[in-house]
Design a binder for this molecule. Sequence first.
Ligand code: NAD
Length: 319
Amino acid sequence: MKKILVLGAGGFIGSHLVKRLKSEGNWVRGVDLKYPEYSKTLADEFIIGDLRDQQLVNKVVDVPFDEIYQLAADMGGAGYIFTGEHDADVMHNSATINLNVLERARIIGAKKIFYSSSACMYPAYNQTEPNNPKCSEDSAYPAQPDSEYGWEKLFSERLYLSYNRNYKMDVHIARFHNIFGPEGTWKDGKEKAPAAICRKVAMVKDGAEIEIWGDGKQTRSFLYIDECLEGVARLMNSNFSGPVNIGSEEMVTIDKLVEMVAKISGKEIKIKHISGPLGVRGRNSDNKLIAKELGWKPTKKLEDGLAVTYKWIEQQVNA
Ligand code: NAD
């Protein structure tokens, strides 16, 4: 039985990760500002606390855990990240968490640490075309992320890599590309495109119109939560530090995403394009490196993950 610490265990990915780690028979301590919103945590111990506070970090990282997963971050979808209104908080809060946690993990002699970076760290200039964005791991430099959220991720990747270089810490870094699934944020401004679209479709009648930010031709790929956790597990069980993409290569336009959700709902949906925060024009995961290093690629089609997610969001809307 491994002793594992999950930071950000009250969040979307963290709460699913705790479930998986518990199902594998590990002992898990979770830490977050809040409990998971949609189901009871399965962690053996759950500490409510603020990881910007070094005292709290010292308290929760009190033994050399077999594995630490650092998922805590000040984050959200385009409506949170790209308006510019939260830039100082995003940079200060997430960088402080990473500085605090990593230094404490070093002092305590943590055996292995995972860090969740994001595809948002890739340069904007490689993502101006909807049809051929470039997001291979080696395209990160010269750096030009299009948000402060992306810059902080890039800084923190480098922080983890320098602790690996100078202190021989066993770090593993993934660049997540749009993870979605049940029990993810679906309203109130921090939700991402798949959840927002599922909510909008679930709330209207057959034949109605929903609003979509932009012209709908912007592209993205989306990875179902269970696939993401499988990728993380393989990365943690390898000797590979990364950074490596964990995402899907099934790229779709946002209009296509709406079409898929509409089909799942059984409703006919019309789209009204309005202006809104957008991020880059096109983005897709590039899975060559993960295939080479870990022999892994996602197995589920976007439509299958969306069907499960739509059903869950429909239940929330009607609750
Ligand atoms: P989330 O917002 O659901 O989870 C993050 C958790 O961190 C939240 O529960 C939040 O309360 C907690 N947190 C924030 N500040 C804290 C603090 N000061 N002290 C303690 N806890 C704090 O997000 P998520 O989707 O589960 O993402 C997890 C990680 O993966 C994040 O680092 C995120 O940047 C990264 N990521 C996610 C995606 C995605 O598509 N979901 C994509 C790229 C990267």
